[in-house]
Design a protein around this ligand. Sequence first.
Ligand SMILES: Cc1cc2nc3c(=O)[nH]c(=O)nc-3n(C[C@H](O)[C@H](O)[C@H](O)COP(=O)(O)O)c2cc1C
Length: 213
Amino acid sequence: MGPTGRLRVWLPVHDNRVMPPEHLTPVPLDKAYRLLNHGPTVLVSAAHAGVVNVMAAAWACALDYTPPKVTVVIDKATRTRELIEASGRFALNLPARSMAALTVGVGTDSARTVPDKLQRHGVRTFAVDGFETPLVDGCVGWLVCELLPEPRNQEVYDLFIGQVVGAWADDRVFRDGRWHFELAPDALRTLHYVAGGQFYVTGEPLQVKPSGP
Ligand SMILES: Cc1cc2nc3c(=O)[nH]c(=O)nc-3n(C[C@H](O)[C@H](O)[C@H](O)COP(=O)(O)O)c2cc1C
């Protein structure tokens, strides 16, 4: 049995598939927005008709609490977009600091011109039973989304809206509905993209009360 209490399965869609990570823990859907609230760069994964792909996206954001929804900007030039539009599904995966070079790699190469880009950048995927969309191994948060088609947004703004139907996190850094990066190895902190291969890494917690009397 897997960490979700369900049977572990492999997706028969690409060579670098692995078992779900040991620390994978479900996140209640009403807390899923907290995986994105601090603005991490994500990896967008999608699959259709046996083809799996992954790209980087800095422009991903929470949109609603219940049911949880997210937005992500996906350029027309990307192969990932084709897979999302064809399958109606995608996942947002939160890469850790240790995956910064991989993130820039899959955000630079396109599967259109580099068909083996996942192998080239060492991307391994896994699936959780009951969810077809491949998830990226080594990440610290995962949100599986069903596309809420909004053709005008997609065409004019490259803006995709997804309803989150499954969420998980690495319980070394996210538990009880909150991140705890300060209590785990720095390699597990999330990434915030600037440009030109430069990121900031999620920093120290700051707990405050509202200002005013
Ligand atoms: C850190 C980083 C963030 C990126 N953010 C976005 C984004 O938010 N939206 C987007 O369309 N492309 C973004 N890109 C570019 C895509 O990841 C890139 O076009 C990728 O090669 C597409 O791959 P594909 O054609 O195999 O799907 C980003 C690239 C990097 C390196």
